[in-house]
Design a protein around this ligand. Structure first.
Ligand code: C2O
Ligand code: CU
Length: 475
């Protein structure tokens, strides 16, 4: 998502944010924005998740062959409350190895689901148990981290909602999973992945756009209702930008964490991986109205979902929209040199004919997995240059040397945007994924709080698959 200049003008630096302290032992630079550690309350929530080929009813009633978690697309929404421990007994019944990555969740490194880096690939027939206690409430998602351009495209994704210890009294909570599908004349998923076309462009963009697997998603509401809508973009490459069709909607969370104040959803580019939580209020006199939520990113407006208002009005719950209590400004760090600079580009070669690179290197997935299988202690991809100090503030610079889009995602941490093309930006929120446009340079600041080797990659899955991935070593 990108905060557009108009909205950026309205940004206000939160007075006192810099001096606000966190709990003892928490890094000062973070200003107590979010906790360093999880606080498990002893409750363990156990989920069974199976990945397997499945047949689902597509929107027009046709059957569609997919790969699915627990037989549905989207997969299950796993819901826990902050403090509870998530235990997922995962079984792989796919015809290929896989893993689950918990996108945006600050998990211990061994639970991150990166094959060859944090765990061996889970082979067909095998079971692996993921267990972690989320440190943050918010909207997260999970997906394979192996051949993800194929596995996610075939339907493997689910949502993880971590509720606040005391959830706000919204009348209802809705999850909207945004996706697109490339279907052939036979109505099935086009089985050619990582094509030259996908690689030369912004990944695989489909010919059918769906919300929760439906082209005609409708939400029936009563006048006066107040809802929390959790949006997740699980598409391989497509970016979404919402037109709310007159709905009163405010962004209250980005990539899981609350924003410092409510924001206009129209200003956000929702790139693959991004989440956006909306606080939506239906006016008491809106009975009979239909609102059409549209996508207006780089295309004529296309409808995403309809909100239909009917029935007797209900009392609107009155409460201040939830916001982040603290947000460091980091506006004093413009001149701090980047600790890591990641140049994004492409070259000919590699298994797909085109390789996307970070600092001229294409990540070799097979080598990483092979190294782990053979017990190599350290995959050679990590060098001293890729180290980030644990608990200290660092600047990362992404330099897009190409003309394509790259939503850059970092595992295991949140970052805050500092500048675009050298122009300071003070977004009043953290992210885990930031969209870079053609030839753009983006600076972000972060305080890594979990040791380990973490992925940095483009979330356009074809770019990642062909090499646009690297590791940072937090220690
Ligand atoms: Cu959605 Cu490596 O991540
Ligand atoms: Cu990319």
């Amino acid at each position: 998502m990108r905060l557009l200049p108009l909205a950026a003008l309205a940004l206000v630096v939160l007075a006192g944010a810099l001096s606000a302290g966190g709990a003892p032992g928490e890094p000062r630079a973070l200003g107590g924005a979010y906790p360093a550690r999880a606080r498990p309350n002893g409750t363990v929530r156990t989920f069974e998740v199976t990945a397997a080929p499945a047949e689902v009813a597509f929107t027009d009633g046709r059957r569609l062959h997919v790969w699915a978690y627990n037989g549905t697309v989207p997969g299950p929404t796993l819901r826990v409350r902050l403090g509870e421990t998530v235990r997922v007994r995962f079984t792989n019944h796919l015809p290929q190895p896989t893993t689950i990555h918990w996108h945006g969740v600050r998990v211990p490194n061994a639970m991150d689901g990166v094959p060859g880096v944090t765990q061996p690939a889970i082979q067909p027939g095998e079971t692996f148990t993921y267990e972690f206690t989320p440190k943050d409430a918010g909207t997260f998602w999970f997906h394979p981290h192996l051949r993800s351009s194929e596995q996610i495209e075939r339907g493997l994704f689910g949502v993880l909602v971590v509720e606040d210890p005391v959830p706000r009294p919204y009348a209802r909570e809705i999850v909207w999973v945004l996706d697109d599908w490339l279907l052939g004349r036979d109505g099935e998923i086009v089985p050619q992945f990582n094509t030259r076309h996908d690689l030369m462009h912004d990944g695989r963009w489909g010919n059918v756009i769906t919300v929760n697997g439906s082209t005609t998603e409708q939400l029936d509401v009563a006048p006066g209702e107040r809802l929390r809508v959790r949006l997740v973009n699980v598409a391989n490459g497509r970016v979404f930008q919402l037109g709310m069709g007159g709905l009163d909607a405010r962004v209250i969370a980005v990539d899981g964490l609350y924003t410092a104040r409510p924001l206009d959803p129209a200003a956000f580019e929702i790139a693959p991986g991004n989440r956006l939580d909306l606080d939506v209020t239906i006016p008491p006199d809106a009975g009979g109205r239909r609102y059409t939520v549209v996508n207006r990113f780089r295309s004529p407006e296309t409808p995403l979902a309809t909100v239909a208002v009917a029935g007797a009005p209900v009392a609107t719950p009155r409460f201040a929209p939830p916001t982040a209590a603290r947000m460091p400004a980091w506006d004093d760090r413009a001149a701090v040199p980047p600790r890591l600079t990641l140049r994004l580009n492409a070259r000919a070669g590699g298994p797909f004919g085109i390789a996307w690179t970070i600092n001229d290197v294409a990540f070799d997935h097979d080598a990483a997995m092979g190294a782990m299988a053979h017990g190599a202690a350290e995959h050679e991809g990590t060098t001293a240059a890729d180290r980030l100090p644990l608990g200290a503030w660092s600047k990362l610079r992404f330099v897009n040397e190409s003309y394509r889009l790259h939503p850059m995602h970092v595992h295991g941490l949140f970052f805050k945007l500092l500048a675009r093309d050298g122009v300071p930006v003070d977004e009043p929120f953290f992210r885990d994924t930031v969209l870079l446009h053609a030839q753009e340079t983006v600076d972000v600041g972060t305080v890594p709080l979990e040791a380990g080797r973490w992925m940095v990659h483009c979330h356009i899955l074809e770019h990642a698959e062909s090499g646009m991935m690297t590791l940072v070593d937090v220690r």
